[in-house]
Design a protein around this ligand. Structure first.
Ligand code: MN
Length: 231
């Protein structure tokens, strides 16, 4: 095939302790998947899961033992952090039953669903799409992918985020309203999942604003940490 010009490079995230990279196909995100966060966003905590997307090249890979750098995005005065468990899909499919979901998972990572909260609030008020609030460049900082062969199927474990050493978000993966298997079941009714898809599974309560100079330190039990400086 002859392209009119060179395609953009394939978005990819390093696999931990390996020379391999996990190639990104799509980034799906789950909204309001922890009860207390759903409440702080104005919901009841009992809604069915809903989804939005980020472009594949919104990933900002951060290697273990390094501090990633995210540029404070344009057009916002209220950039929020959302620490999330990320599920990496290795085997595609549609209408996947929850009981079959584990065989579709390739691995996991620690991710941040960075959000222009002011633009999201405007979009909600006006009934407009969330794309500029959620899908901007560098809006998906992510640590290395941990293969499921090493981690096992994740159902619990602590998840937390500190900003400048102060605790901001702290919860457990067992607090997900829709667990990983149920999330895959719901999502695969709307989209045919493909190898390379990432699913940001939602954030616990405590989301808040960050500013240039802030150091974000997130971690999920069994998946290590993710450190990011906003510049
Ligand atoms: Mn989120």
């Amino acid at each position: 095939m002859e392209f009119a010009f060179s395609p953009q490079p394939q978005a990819a995230v390093p696999v931990i302790n390996s020379d391999q990279f996990f190639p990104i196909h799509r980034i799906y995100c789950v909204g309001r998947n922890y009860v207390e966060h759903a409440k702080e966003m104005g919901g009841t905590g009992r809604e069915a899961p809903f989804f939005f997307m980020k472009p594949a090249d919104a990933v900002l890979p951060v290697a273990t033992d390094t501090v990633g750098e995210m540029h404070y995005p344009s057009m916002t005065g209220d950039l929020h952090h959302e620490i999330e468990l990320v599920v990496a899909i290795g085997k595609g499919g549609k209408d996947i039953a929850a009981k079959d979901a584990p065989q579709h998972v390739w691995g996991y990572a620690v991710g941040l669903d960075m959000t222009r909260r002011d633009l999201q609030a405007d979009a909600k008020k006006l009934g407009r799409p969330w794309c500029t609030a959620k899908g901007f460049d560098q809006s998906a900082p992510i640590g290395p992918i941990h293969p499921i062969g090493k981690t096992g199927w994740i159902t619990h474990g602590a998840i937390h985020l500190n900003v400048n050493g102060e605790p901001r978000q702290k919860s457990g993966i067992d607090k997900l309203i829709w667990n990983i298997a149920e999330t895959i079941e719901h999502l695969s009714k709307y989209y045919e999942l493909r190898p390379g898809d990432l699913i940001f599974t939602g954030t616990p309560e405590g989301v808040a604003s960050v500013k240039p100079g802030d150091l974000l330190e997130g971690a999920i039990e069994g998946l290590g940490g993710l450190r990011l400086k906003v510049v």
